[in-house]
Design a protein around this ligand. Structure first.
Ligand code: NAP
Length: 297
């Protein structure tokens, strides 16, 4: 069977390597990015650069979007010159951003009225997972649409799970963000105490990363912290967007999430300094309180 033609909207920290992996897997891509300079290098990889999300959708079988927040997905999919204006009936729109499950169901219904399918397929695994093609992808929407898109997901990720109807992928992703938030907090507390107690932090990471307290955050963000590297794999402001979605869903369902709420408060302090820092900067307010920095010697 001929390979699906793919429109790809959003070439940021995550979208760029994900699109590159699709090209490596042999897919023909039409890419769009709001800041065009990020799209231009894709010409050399054989992709077509479109001027609008609509342009990326024309003649595509599948259109992937990975932009920042709920209003951004609404804009690139349903707004003027959006994907819905270019997509033909039978096209599948796969939103891989992390956004509101409720809004996802609304977008899916609007697209369905135009004969366009939608899947919500948010990802986890960070920039590293996007580059290495090892993302976990959790998917909501119709199972037939999922089956059609599975080879595409396999070009970007390793652990691909069909969660159920529209919004189920986004709901799973919000549960995942609780785990990410609290493992970053535990990484930060571990390193601050170790630093204040005078431990060699490289040795500390070596000792604890593979044990019962290990986590993705500890293994990937701990080394960055002790190097003093606060560049973003995932920006604090986007992490805060996710936490707001988590807390909003928890409030609606009457669920208490005290740990996640605490991380939200600490990130508020980091955002006052700079929301574009990587989320490992959660350690900064703890360092201030402890009166020491957790850096390698
Ligand atoms: P990013 O580097 O800031 O990229 C965001 C992308 O969205 C950029 O291409 C940006 O275009 C585009 N965009 C934003 N608003 C837009 C709008 N209104 N119209 C058109 N384009 C718009 O962020 P990222 O880290 O790749 O995150 C993208 C999504 O993946 C987010 O939903 C995030 O929560 C999720 N995610 C991120 C990670 C991670 O570790 N980074 C992990 C899992 C999930 P410009 O280039 O013009 O700004």
């Amino acid at each position: 069977m001929e390979k699906a033609r793919i429109g790809f909207v959003g070439l940021g920290i995550m979208g760029k390597p994900m699109a590159e992996n699709l090209i490596k897997a042999g897919y023909q891509l039409k890419v769009y990015n709001r800041t065009r300079s990020k799209a231009e290098p894709f010409k050399a990889l054989g992709a077509t650069v479109s001027d609008t999300p609509k342009g990326a959708a024309i003649d595509s079988d599948i259109v992937i979007t990975i932009v920042s927040d709920t209003p951004d997905v609404q804009q690139v999919v349903l707004g003027p010159d959006g994907v819905a204006e270019g997509a033909r009936r039978g096209c599948i729109v796969v939103d891989m951003s992390t956004i509101s499950p409720e809004a996802t169901r609304e977008i899916a219904a609007r697209l369905e009225a135009r004969g366009i399918e939608m899947l919500d397929a948010p990802v986890t695994g960070g920039q590293k997972g996007a580059i290495e093609g090892t993302l976990s992808i959790m998917v909501g929407g119709k199972k037939e649409a999922f089956d059609k898109c599975l080879p595409i997901f396999q070009a970007m990720g390793k652990n691909i799970v069909y969660m159920g109807g529209h919004g189920a992928g986004q709901t799973a992703k919000l549960c995942n963000q609780i785990l990410c938030s609290l493992t970053i907090l535990s990484m930060a507390e571990c390193l601050v105490l170790g630093a204040k107690a005078g431990l060699d932090l490289e040795k500390l990471l070596q000792a604890v990363s593979g044990g019962a307290g290990g986590s993705w955050s500890l293994s990937n963000l701990g080394p960055k912290v002790i190097e003093g590297d606060f560049s973003p794999g995932f920006m604090v402001k986007l992490h805060q967007k996710d936490i707001r979605l988590v807390l909003d869903l928890a409030r609606k369902l009457g669920v208490a999430l005290p740990g996640t709420a605490l991380v939200n408060q600490l990130f508020n302090l980091v955002e006052k300094e700079d929301g574009s820092l990587g989320n490992q900067a959660l350690i900064k307010p703890l360092e201030k309180l402890a009166g020491c920095e957790a850096r390698k010697k």
